[in-house]
Ligand binder design. Sequence first.
Ligand SMILES: Cc1ncc(COP(=O)(O)O)c(C=O)c1O
Length: 378
Amino acid sequence: MKFETLAIHAGQEPDPNNGAVMTPVYLTSTYMQDGIGKPRQGYEYSRTLNPTRKALQDCLAGLENGTWGLGFASGMAATDTVLRMLASGDHVVAGNDVYGGTFRLFDKVLRRFGLDFTFADTTDPENLAEALTPSTRIVWLETPTNPLLAVTDIRAVAEIVKAHPNKPLLVVDNTFATPYLQRPLELGADLVVHSMTKYLGGHSDVVGGAIVGKNKELGEKLAYLQNAIGAVIGPMDSFLVLRGIKTLPIRMDRHAANAEKIVAFLEKQKNVKRLIYPFHESHPQVTVAKRQMRNGGGMISFVMKGGRDEAVRVAESTNIFTLAESLGGVESLIEVPAAMTHLSVVGSALEVDPGLIRLSVGIENVDDLLADLEQALK
Ligand SMILES: Cc1ncc(COP(=O)(O)O)c(C=O)c1O
């Protein structure tokens, strides 16, 4: 099946009991057993598995061209569960522009458990090759990154990682692109991680995370950790993400179409110093972006000439773009990363320009969005 069909049908069968077309929200924590050790259809306890979560997990596997998926309470819970495969003394190479919360988990929390991290500019795969050590177990990529929209060539990195004697796992956070734009498992990644809070959910009404992969053994190891740690997504939230995913392809097309028109407007603005969009000719990795992504997505970052004060004034002056953290919903959002989402990296090597504004372009009428930005920039 093609992607648009999978988005609606993967993992979702009419309910065998009554034919309900939409996956029911199975609000149950436990399941009747036919005898000791004889659970019905494999369900025993909802931390381990729940039918609504299973439908979502199978849908995610279909979309990423994996063979299994796992649903978590948040993107960070998914990330943390991946890292729990490691042991004290293990080393991780991560991109130097990863989401601030990912950096905080790695640098501030997991170092305390004896894990070691090197943050490298993965947009040049050679940097990554140099950062690998005999203890490296995971290479963690985000592409495009949050908030600088840097793009890394997943296939090139996969080749380096596979050639390394340790065979570290290549994990790609695919939150910004979604599987509609980019499928890392097809490019050589071992695992894909998502914050489903963003485009997969798509309506800013749910927090969730996911891990998807192909390798059966890895899937079993992570399902074991998912159950052991217990940071699972609940049935109602699973339902909301499943519903969001049904319109993912048409939403992503509209996000990108609106973003392209806004990019064309922003590049003409005199008070904008630097514009960042993966499919814009000025983007340093535009060729890689066009090769591995279907379109440029809905995220735009730009730096105001007037620095932090001007960025704050613009972000506080929009009417349709809502000043808020997060991204990927149907509604347009604006934020100043250095003062909001990326406060946790201030003072570190990952600090972002204080004059940077990040837009999550929604699917409203683009003329209204352009008029809103025009009055705010004035
Ligand atoms: C790229 C990326 N990965 C992971 C996360 C964390 O996801 P969550 O907020 O669902 O825990 C975010 C959140 O903004 C993100 O942007």
